[in-house]
Write a protein that binds this ligand. Sequence first.
Ligand SMILES: Cc1cc2nc3c(=O)[nH]c(=O)nc-3n(C[C@H](O)[C@H](O)[C@H](O)COP(=O)(O)OP(=O)(O)OC[C@H]3O[C@@H](n4cnc5c(N)ncnc54)[C@H](O)[C@@H]3O)c2cc1C
Length: 604
Amino acid sequence: MYLIYLLRRDLRISDNPVFHHLQQQHSQFSHVLPLYILSPSQIEVSGLLQDEDSHSPYPQARSRLGKFWRCGPHRAKFLAESIWDLKQSLKDRGSNLVIRVGKMDEVVGQILKQKEFQGKVAAVWMTKDWASEEIDEEHKIERVVKEKCDGKIECKVWDGEEMLLHDDDFASFDRAQVPDVFTSFRKSFEPLRDNIRPPYNLTLSQLPPLPPYVLDQAVPFFIPTTLEQFISAVQNPVLDCGLGQSILHPQGASTAHPFIGGETRAHERIRHLLVSGSISTYKDTRNGLLGQDFSTKLSAYLALGCITARQVNAYMLAFEDGKNCPDFGTRTNSQVDLLKAEGFGKGENKGTSAVRFELLWRDYMRLCMRKYGNSLFSIEGFRGAQRSDSDAPFTKHQKNKLGSDSSYHWSDLSSPDTRTRFTRFLRGETGTGLIDASMRELALTGYTSNRTRQNCASFLAKSLWIDWRLGAEWYECMLTDYDVASNWGNWAYVAGVGNDPRGREDGKSGSEGRKFNPVKQAWDYDFKGEYVKAWIVEFEDIPSSKERGPKGGWVDVMFQAWQVHDIFNHTKDEREREVVSKLKRLEWVNNPLVKIRYQPKGRR
Ligand SMILES: Cc1cc2nc3c(=O)[nH]c(=O)nc-3n(C[C@H](O)[C@H](O)[C@H](O)COP(=O)(O)OP(=O)(O)OC[C@H]3O[C@@H](n4cnc5c(N)ncnc54)[C@H](O)[C@@H]3O)c2cc1C
């Protein structure tokens, strides 16, 4: 009998509950069809049309409000690489990954209808995904399976086990009642290190073969036969992200996220973090802005399920206990020499503890998505849903405010002025250096740090007062590591409509709540302006920090370019005069979207 296993955000062979089960129950199925379906509502599939005269039956995969690509060029590439890596791992085990294009339920329906499959399929399995579109997909597949087979085929949705904690570990509170404040949630699992289950350790050696005949991809689409072809097919249609003139890549600026997708690379990455000592120094470096190792860069792998949070934890546990890296049977065979690695064999350290803490945040965002469902995508976020929930643990003041606050005064894009300001934000031309560097880095590389993400989200929602969901949609398009719960949950949090109890506390000045000052933040985290200079091509000629000497001034300009008029109006230095005159010709220098008066302590 056949099994159809639909892979979604579980693109791995190791620590995968379905493959683990198959490894244990060898004879249950004679044939297994691992299937990945490119869903046309989430990824643009026109690049997979057989020829130029063919037309896609599907509308373009664009976002609801901003009409951005749902999956932009960076993630499209990473996804293609991850799918291909899994394909290779499955081939090594006597199987393969069959790729198809179309609505999930339709593709499954076509396969079940195929005469070679009739009476032979015993089960259709997939792992659970808690985002609303994916839940809809599951329901539709369940319906199709039921209709086509009169209840004779099992349709099972497995727990994907992609979180650090297990569902059964939430015994201290009903899963649906996850606390609305992270700290209360976190405290239920302390000490965290002792409360995490191990991943599955059985390595997948062999899988039953594919069914002897599998229907070809239906017209008008084709399935590429090489990775290069696959990447071009999913990337080419979305290369133009609608920003108009392309953003220039400054010479010498190198991406913090050069990583290739897939389970193999995910395990290489965590091994590198251990051997280089970066994991032990993580707590001190995590607010960095430049370079590959200031943070783990595991997010994109985790988002697609190339590695699980529990596997990351297992690596850290072994490291802390002075043991070799665990062997998950992936294609990452190389053992690394950890003996000289910082922190090896010395128990939990600040770095490993902080990584666990962040992975718990990831769980928390997922649980909140389960609890509040679609309200995650509404302008009032979780707060809208909480207003009707008298048990939400907010202060009386906050509850009163939530109860009466109908003034969510975020602008949509109906006015030309807002559209212009929003486009300048996306292009990194606001005139606020930290924001502009981050938005350009994001567009050019698909990654930007957590620190700058917080600043950009706060800037859009609380300085420009533009609908925060447009920012979330842009991130969905641009981020390599896009993850429904983490992205929308964090955006809502920063906008003040998520799970931040201080999010909308107004103090004295209206309902801004926790608001980041991007100039202060730039001074705190980029005090020489190196990050801003790296990503804003117009700052290329500004003397580097070594050349600048103690004179100052240029850093202020990089953080807020309009200050060039005040600081360098009368400079006599020929080189400076040239740079100044170039800058003074720029619209975003002369007319910044926001001017922030700020001087770091100890300066005039
Ligand atoms: C506005 C905004 C949007 C974001 N969108 C996403 C997103 O789409 N996908 C995503 O994975 N993260 C998102 N984050 C969270 C965080 O910025 C990224 O996880 C992190 O920057 C990824 O880099 P890293 O893997 O090096 O993280 P590290 O600092 O090394 O953290 C380790 C892991 O912990 C998890 N993590 C860390 N911080 C958070 C957080 N605040 N919330 C949830 N999980 C976290 C991630 O899985 C990450 O890989 C967003 C944050 C903000 C403020």
